[in-house]
Write a protein that binds this ligand. Structure first.
Ligand code: CO
Length: 222
């Protein structure tokens, strides 16, 4: 186990390593952040965003919670998306899940989990939406892996449902939303290649928040 004091020793070593590489490193860091990426991932200690992406401080804006959920009533994640899109002008938003996710595993067990119930409910809803596909998978580990992937896709879709993302994309052509899974066994990041444009188009019938529909009805009087 790393002791509490060791962490501060590690920090000093890290500062000493960073300074010779770039003498302005901390000066630049203190001035501003201009990350191109927003990463929404699981709080799991085995999935550290910067390390797995090979990115230095300043390059990725990070939000993590149990099982990388994007709930529309979660003020925390909604504030993160708002800030990242409107103020940081990020070009990509990534929802990254991981195999062997404890949150997803817990959601697969029909049991009262106390305060976790409303949180896990979102994942149970993902299972229900894809029950036919999931129940057809006989191998439990494979079903679990597939639910991890489907959860990423649904949470990425939830990002696309936000007004901030839709309006910015309409005006500037970004951000693009991606779904990834991190494989703990290999350390490999897998791009699920979700089709951002197709999902956006598909959901617009009822989730369009760009204002185009209301503009259209006003124009309709002409
Ligand atoms: Co997890």
């Amino acid at each position: 186990m790393v002791t509490y004091d060791q962490i501060f020793e590690n920090n000093k070593k890290w500062v000493a390593e960073m300074n010779p590489r770039d003498s302005d490193f901390f000066e630049k860091l203190a001035r501003e952040q201009t990350p191109d990426y927003l990463y929404i991932g699981c709080s799991d200690s085995r999935v550290p965003a910067n390390e797995i992406m090979g990115l230095e401080p300043g390059n990725v804006f990070v939000h993590r919670n149990v099982a990388n959920l994007v709930n529309n009533t979660d003020l925390n994640v909604m504030a993160v998306i708002n800030f990242a899109v409107k103020h940081l002008d990020v070009k990509h938003i990534i929802v990254c899940g991981h195999y062997n996710c404890g949150g997803v595993k817990a959601a697969m067990i029909p049991k009262d989990m106390g305060i976790l119930n409303p949180w896990l409910r979102t994942i149970r809803d993902v299972y229900r939406m894809h029950a036919a596909e999931l129940d057809a998978i006989t191998d439990e580990q494979q079903r679990y892996n597939r639910l991890v992937e489907l959860n990423v896709k649904e949470q990425a879709t939830n990002v696309i449902k936000t007004a901030n993302v839709q309006k910015c994309y309409q005006q500037k052509g970004y951000p693009i939303v991606h779904g990834w899974v991190f494989d703990l066994h290999s350390g490999i990041l897998i791009d699920l290649d979700i089709n951002f444009k197709a999902i956006l188009k598909d959901i617009q019938k009822i989730y369009d928040l760009t204002g185009i529909a209301s503009d259209y009805s006003e124009d309709g009087e002409d």
